[in-house]
Ligand binder design. Structure first.
Ligand SMILES: [Zn+2]
Length: 270
């Protein structure tokens, strides 16, 4: 975890600090190594919240998009059950960042427990998730009424099938994917609408910045307007996705990617 209680206040892990777990009050050690993000761990292998998954830098980067007192908030149900929400906004919404596989029953019990929540799902856990997802998108049908939404088949993507009966919004994070960058001009998440039906999923691209802003301000997440995309897209035709090359480049930051794109565009003029 990122926070533990140290002499009554929430503190991040620092070398030499010892603290107390906000859920079970057991002693915690500050783990400040080179390989993983600095974090707090229970002594031994004890883990009091079985919903908690080992934190990666992906989790940590996402949490850090929100004020620190919204991060790792202990959520109590009426029956006394307690869990730590990755982010709970002042508007009462829980945002959970999920990287590892979740059994359907477990996913449903978390959705019931938190009530008002959304998922942000790491789309790069398994090798095929990214390529299967974009392959599904190639068979898309655009539902062209105002905000851009696509209807895509569920059968090609295990990731989509696993999340298709969620009753809350699910946002897939694939990092920076060139075909999205070309089409939308900014990093996006893909929102899967709740409760897919008839083997079809409804997917909408959402700017990452709009997602974060909406959670911070307690307003609805805004997608792209179909007409705006038609006007501004530099390369409107969908490009074929080649996973092997892209995957190696995934660690490129958005600003690096943008600079490369700008350089390529500048060269093309001459
Ligand atoms: Zn604990």
């Amino acid at each position: 975890m990122k926070f533990a209680n140290v002499e009554g206040s929430r503190r991040e892990a620092e070398p030499g600090l010892s603290g107390v777990c906000p859920i079970c009050s057991a002693a915690m050690l500050a783990k400040c190594g080179e390989h993983r993000v600095w974090h707090w761990a229970h002594r031994g292998i004890r883990q009091c919240d079985h919903w908690w998954e080992p934190e990666t830098s992906w989790h940590r980067n996402w949490k850090n998009q929100f004020p620190s007192d919204w991060q790792e908030v202990v959520h109590r149900a009426e029956n006394g059950e307690k869990h730590v929400a990755d982010v709970k906004t002042v508007h009462g919404r829980v945002v959970e960042f999920q990287r590892s596989y979740l059994k359907p029953e477990e996913r449903r019990s978390r959705e019931v427990f938190y009530g008002s929540m959304v998922w942000v799902v790491n789309g790069c856990r398994r090798k095929r998730d990214l390529s299967d997802f974009y392959e599904s998108l190639r068979g898309r049908q655009i539902i062209a009424t105002g905000l851009l939404r696509h209807l895509v088949p569920l059968d090609q993507s295990a990731l989509l099938r696993e999340w298709s009966d969620s009753r809350v919004g699910v946002y897939f994070d694939f990092g920076i994917v060139q075909q999205d960058a070309d089409r939308f001009g900014m990093p996006v998440l893909w929102r899967l609408s709740p409760k897919s039906q008839n083997g079809l999923a409804v997917l909408s691209p959402v700017p990452v910045a709009s997602f974060i802003g909406a959670q911070r301000n307690g307003v609805p997440v805004r997608g792209f307007h179909v007409e705006v995309i038609k006007r501004t897209a530099k390369f409107p035709a969908p490009t074929v996705y080649w996973p092997s090359k892209r995957r190696r480049r995934r660690s490129t930051s958005w600003s690096q990617y943008k600079a490369r794109l700008d350089r390529a565009r500048a060269r093309r003029r001459f």
